[in-house]
Design a protein around this ligand. Structure first.
Ligand code: CNA
Length: 238
């Protein structure tokens, strides 16, 4: 394990920390990510995952979409880990202004965080495309075939599919939080999904810490890079 004196001091000194994370934040809770060797993208399906979880595929082949979605993308019954919990504590003591996440699992809120910006939505919200009635994730998980509303409409999970654009308000709030923060910690993300990954460019400071097991295209732009597991680092931070 590398020397953590610098990030420890930075966390102690900071008053407006922003954490920007991805699927790697939840792997230590037992939810697989997409791009690690044992991640979803290295398993075999009839179509590439990017195709199945795209907007056009959802409309064209909803039955297949829901089969894949229920089995691979609906993480229910998992608990927050040390990283989720410490971020919630920092918020509680007034040190952290936002968690910006690409995750759709709701684990930051489950850990007690309130200031969560969900760039890619959440599996916990689901709406009928016809009458907009809302449904729980459990309802979607337990349904069969195409998930339908009482009115007959198709229920769509409130997650951002490929080909769909991000919520502009969430995006604006994320940019604002990053532009104002005094410490930006980026972790558990391959930084390959846009426009999310592009948010890093709004950080004007010199305390950008990147914690990721694998290398990322942004390693050379960070002030400190730790190729470690998030849990190991976060359990040692103040
Ligand atoms: P990704 O592309 O799968 O990358 C994950 C990155 O995290 C990889 O570079 C890993 O090396 C790294 N990593 C994995 N575990 C750890 C760990 N314990 N400590 C440190 N690093 C670790 O995931 P991204 O989030 O970058 O990609 C964006 C997609 C993945 C988003 O649209 C998410 O919605 C989607 N996703 C979300 C979940 C979830 O909600 N939990 C799960 C799987 C995928």
């Amino acid at each position: 394990m590398e020397n953590l004196e610098k990030p420890k001091t930075w966390v102690q000194e900071s008053k407006r920390i922003v954490f920007f994370g991805g699927a790697g934040v939840s792997t230590e809770s037992g939810i697989p990510d997409f791009r690690s060797v044992d991640g979803l993208y290295n398993q075999k399906f009839d179509y590439p995952p990017e195709t199945i979880i795209s907007h056009s595929f959802f409309l064209k082949n909803p039955e297949y979409f829901f089969r894949f979605y229920r089995e691979k993308m609906l993480p229910l019954g998992f608990s927050p880990n040390i990283t989720h919990k410490k971020l919630a504590q920092w918020e509680e003591v007034g040190k952290l202004t936002a968690v910006i996440t690409q995750n759709i699992d709701g684990l930051h809120q489950k850990a007690g965080s309130h200031r969560v910006l969900e760039l890619h939505g959440s599996v916990l919200r689901n709406y009928c495309m016809k009458c907009h009635k809302s449904y729980s994730a459990e309802y979607v998980k337990n349904s069969q075939g195409i998930c339908r509303c009482d009115c007959g409409g198709i229920i769509k999970p409130d997650v951002v599919l490929y080909e769909e654009s991000l919520d502009s308000q969430v995006l604006e709030k994320s940019i604002y939080a990053i532009a104002q923060c005094d410490l930006l910690i980026v972790g558990g993300t391959s930084l390959t999904v846009y426009p999310a990954a592009g948010l890093l460019r709004y950080y004007p400071g010199h305390r950008l810490v990147l914690i990721n097991r694998d290398e990322t295209p942004y390693d050379n732009q960070a002030d400190l890079v730790l190729h470690e597991s998030l849990g190991k680092v976060f359990e040692q931070l103040p």
